[in-house]
Design a binder for this molecule. Sequence first.
Ligand code: ADP
Ligand code: ASP
Ligand code: MG
Length: 476
Amino acid sequence: MTTTVLKFGGTSVATPEVLERLARIVAGVKGDRVVVVSATAGTTNALIGAARAAAAGDVTGAEATMARLETAHEELLRKAAGAQTDDVSATLRDLAQRTTALLRSVALLRECSARSQDAIASFGEMASSHLVAAALRSRGIDARPVSATGIVVTDDAFGNAAPAFEETYARANEVLVPMLRAGGVPIVTGFIGATGEGVTTTLGRGASDYTAAILAAALRADACLIYTDVSGVMSADPRIVPSAKPLPQLSYAEAAELSYFGAKVLHPRAVLPAIELGIPVRILNTFAADDPGTTIVSEAVADGSVVKATTSLGGLGLLTVQGAGMSGIPGFAAKVFDTTAAEGVSVLMISQASSENSICIVVPAETVDRLKGALERMLAKELAHHDVERVAVERPIAVVAAVGDGMRGTPGVAARVFGALGRLGVNVVAIAQGSSELNISFCVAEADQAKAVRAVHDEFHSSRATQPSASGTLAP
Ligand code: ADP
Ligand code: ASP
Ligand code: MG
């Protein structure tokens, strides 16, 4: 008997029509099936918005959001599952009431901890697991909602919790295998887990993919199918480059680089647990289920391509520590990174000029001011002596990354990337190349983000640009 884990993202559970598609996909898979669901599209954002509103004292706004979410889920339940759903309706109401109560206490305290926010955000996946299970039951599938709080055991890093794999794998088998033996289809909440003490956590934004891979690994599944609203990982975000094409195959390393640098289609940590066990991960389209999608494989397969995909991440800031006297100070870079670590800021990209006269770090835009202050305090002496001239800030900026295993050992890739940018007049603020040689990443002003992605994508993907043109310019 084969076991398949199927994960459906937010847009794949958000309308009666798409739930019909979901049901057909699940019904079409032979053997044991475990379904992982996200919150319906927009729900997690709305819940986080409500939590922030409550923390700011706007209890009416937060309550209104919950009322809207409850009505929307009720309506979807009625349309997608029809009659005989009174008990599910009651469950949804109960979940909404509990979440509203949490929001009220946040409003009273005027403070929303990451722990409270996780409890509030969990409404989305909890509600959708009941909803999807009801929709499937109304079509004759023995679907049963399962909360991942009883399966995925995590640490207490609320908002971005890390699973304890051994315990999680054991619990997944305890909870899911009996259901599968009885012919049931568990509909498990993505995104959420719980600490050893049972306090609800979340695994980070977009982490339902991760939940799917974790369960696939736990059950030694034969496949992990990630259903979304595009036909696989594409050569660029289709919202930025409408002509982007789905990639039939991607190595694990390529997929990881792409998602790290903003390809939202897959969560950065998602595939590792499955790939480690050799379980194939496929990205498929709920709205075009016959499309071949993308298969993530453990090793890259040479297909003649150089840059497979171009991706980008906005909302960032660049801090540059500059000064002619820096080169003489031992351990200078370490001091800078100790400061970022002490401030709890995650660094997305680093580059150091070979002259050692500057270090650039890319961090989330909202952390820039705090980090600048901390660096200036740490470097007070060097600034006073002019060994360090200044800590300069640029924002908002975006990181753009060109990713592909074929770049390894192919000369002239960087020249083509920067040539293409230059021809379109995109100013590059900083450059870094991953040591893996799997990507070239660089910073541009956020206003140039889309233009830069298109320039690089066209250089490597437009039919007339598969080879660099002799003149160095694109044919008209
Ligand atoms: P889901 O809710 O199904 O997890 P997401 O919104 O998280 O869906 O991810 C799918 C979206 O990722 C697509 O609709 C697309 O806009 C975006 N995306 C960004 N980069 C890429 C890419 N390189 N290939 C495919 N989709 C991408
Ligand atoms: N609902 C969660 C989010 O929006 C998890 C997911 O969709 O994967 O981040
Ligand atoms: Mg997603």
